[in-house]
Design a protein around this ligand. Structure first.
Ligand code: UDP
Length: 328
């Protein structure tokens, strides 16, 4: 029997790749998205239901129509700078949205939930290799809103036997190797797409945010994970729930960080083009070094982030960047 999976945020970057992997695995991904930051062109692998998580009646309609076996929840607003300026919107959209979704799911008898959380729930723990047991002290309303949702899932687990698999991860990179979907944000704030824009002249230059960090070359270090590896982890999380193994938390990182300069060097090698760079001030709120382990995901889910090599991620992003973009 085909299993329908409700994918909130299925028109977004990570959600759309999850839909592709779900379809390949034999599921029907039903995208629920308000298209505020997602793209209709990215919904290629299953039905689309336009809607907003604040609209409980609309959610109930969608649950009744598709009777999903599980929910994969990606839909969120996720820019740290915006969260600092306007925390109320982050609490309202992310936390109330998740509450509506959980209650609508439970009312429809759907008790399996895969949640896309973030390592921004940890706070500024420079130099620590993060894992599932690292204490959480989020620094901004974005991280706090995601932590609140993690806790909410725990509460509904205790009260209503809701089962949740929660994933925490940092920097997502790359694109579908087949080039059907990829990363496209407006406004774009992320390092790799901005760098590719600078390489092919869509922007005058990439600004490197700070060169005086206490790292090997003075620039910030991040753990980059290929979007297809993340999508596969989410499907493995779904299978975990289907097997009745109960609620579980997994960190998804490679355990290896790359500095901004190293990412730039890797791009030069992949594209054979120069990256126009200007060196600027630190960006407020940036941590020095964020690297995350994934021992548990490897051991318990059999997760292998094989595509998460910096050259592969940039090559896949570059291919997508050159050939495709969604209708604007
Ligand atoms: N970065 C940069 N220039 C940019 C965008 C990002 O130097 O135009 C740096 C940023 O300071 C961070 C890293 O690249 O160290 C990754 O930033 P991104 O915004 O992609 O992800 P974040 O780590 O903030 O989630």
């Amino acid at each position: 029997m085909t299993r329908n999976i409700l994918v909130t945020g299925g028109a977004g970057y990570v959600g759309s790749h999850a839909c592709k992997v779900l379809k390949t695995a034999g599921y029907v991904p039903v995208t629920f998205d308000n298209l505020a930051t997602g793209w209709r062109d990215a919904v290629q692998f299953g039905p689309f239901e336009k809607g907003d998580l604040s609209d409980r009646a609309r959610l109930e309609e969608v649950f009744a129509r598709w009777q999903p076996a599980a929910v994969m929840h990606f839909a969120a607003i996720s820019l740290v700078g915006d969260a600092m300026r306007d925390p109320g919107t982050y609490w309202r959209v992310n936390v109330l949205g998740a509450l509506n979704l959980i209650e609508a799911a439970l009312a429809a008898g759907c008790k399996d939930f895969v949640f896309s959380s973030t390592c921004a729930t940890y706070g500024d723990l420079d130099g620590v290799m993060l894992d599932e047991d690292t204490p959480q002290q989020p620094l901004n309303a974005y991280g706090k809103s995601k932590l609140a949702i993690e806790q909410m899932l725990g509460d509904f687990g205790a009260s209503h036997a809701l089962n949740s698999v929660i994933f925490r991860y940092f920097n997502v990179a790359g694109a579908d190797p087949a080039g059907e979907i990829g990363e496209f944000h407006r406004p774009e704030t992320h390092l790799i797409p901005l760098m590719l824009d600078a390489i092919d002249g869509k922007r005058p230059a990439l600004t490197v945010f700070g060169t005086d960090y206490p790292t090997r070359d003075g620039t910030c270090i991040r753990d980059y994970v290929h979007v297809m590896d993340l999508a596969e982890a989410h499907v493995a999380g779904l299978r975990w729930l289907e097997a009745g193994q109960g609620s579980r938390l997994f960190c998804l990182g490679t355990g290896t960080g790359f500095s901004v300069r190293e990412v730039i060097d890797a791009s030069r090698a992949v594209t054979n083009r120069e990256v126009p760079v200007v060196f600027g001030d630190r960006r407020p709120g940036d941590a020095t070094s964020l690297v995350c382990g994934s021992e548990r995901a490897r051991r318990e889910l059999g997760w292998q982030p094989d595509r998460s090599k910096i050259g592969t991620m940039i090559a896949d992003a570059w291919r997508w960047h050159q050939t495709s973009s969604y209708n604007r």
